[in-house]
Ligand binder design. Sequence first.
Ligand code: PBG
Length: 310
Amino acid sequence: MVRETMLSPADLIWPLFVTEGEAVEEPILSLPGVSRWSVDQIVVRAAEAIDLGIPCIALFPNTQPERRSEDGEEALNPDNLMCRAIRAIKQAHGDAIGILTDVALDPYTSHGQDGLIDDAGYVLNDETVAVLVDQAINQANAGADIIAPSDMMDGRIGAIRKALEMNGHPNVQIMSYAAKYASAFYGPFRDAVGSSGLLKGNKKTYQMDPANSDEAMREVAMDIAEGADSVMVKPGLPYLDIVRRVRDQFDVPVFAYQVSGEYAMIEAAAAAGAGDRDALVLETLMAFKRAGCSGILTYHAALAARLLTA
Ligand code: PBG
């Protein structure tokens, strides 16, 4: 009766990795319990999400090496893995499940950076925004419900919003990765999308310094002014102070991404007997809600939903 915070499957967004082939499940070694699935299997995962009361899934493609290039142009292919997955899910399940799609070039570039680079390897902001706009429209055309730019270029939210309006997608939402930090917690994700071996250097010229909090407020303010429907803080647990500041200062839904390295830490702790997996999962997810999150992206979404409805 006196509980202040509620956690339910409706708070969860389930990130899923897509790969080529049929009836394929490829376990990801650095993310024990998480696999890449072929498109037909992603449709089954979406059905599972619907049954569990999870309202939204987030898709990430593991692009075949031969389709990666310097400029990541596979991101603009209407028949790329991502678009085929979106269409298959929408065909099978319609609006019973929301689809959130990541906008950034890293699953498509031969160098693993999120954008176009100059000769010195520096990511070019404005040139990249122009491509991200086309990538977002490509995903919206395929049926994406929420466009989630994770690239951290400046000005991309306004440019994408304008393009969505002009291309017949006024109802497609934007959830901006507004406060995304240059974090050591993304390692297993880069294995999952196959970019870890390719990435030279780091992403510190566009992702945020973990030392900064005021800067996160400026990033969030810019993205809201440009038309973001909701904003995200990422990683999650080490950045709950940022979530709370955003919640207190702004009037848009704020989401957090409990990222791959956080998932791996919980799994490693459970495997080592240092903690109970189910309890760790539910406690951390409740902490996100308590900090002010409207919802959480988590690889534990299906497990948590099962535990919450048991
Ligand atoms: C790519 C992207 C990343 C994640 C989501 N989108 C990795 C990165 O920025 O290198 C990380 C998610 C995770 O670690 O679970 N732009």
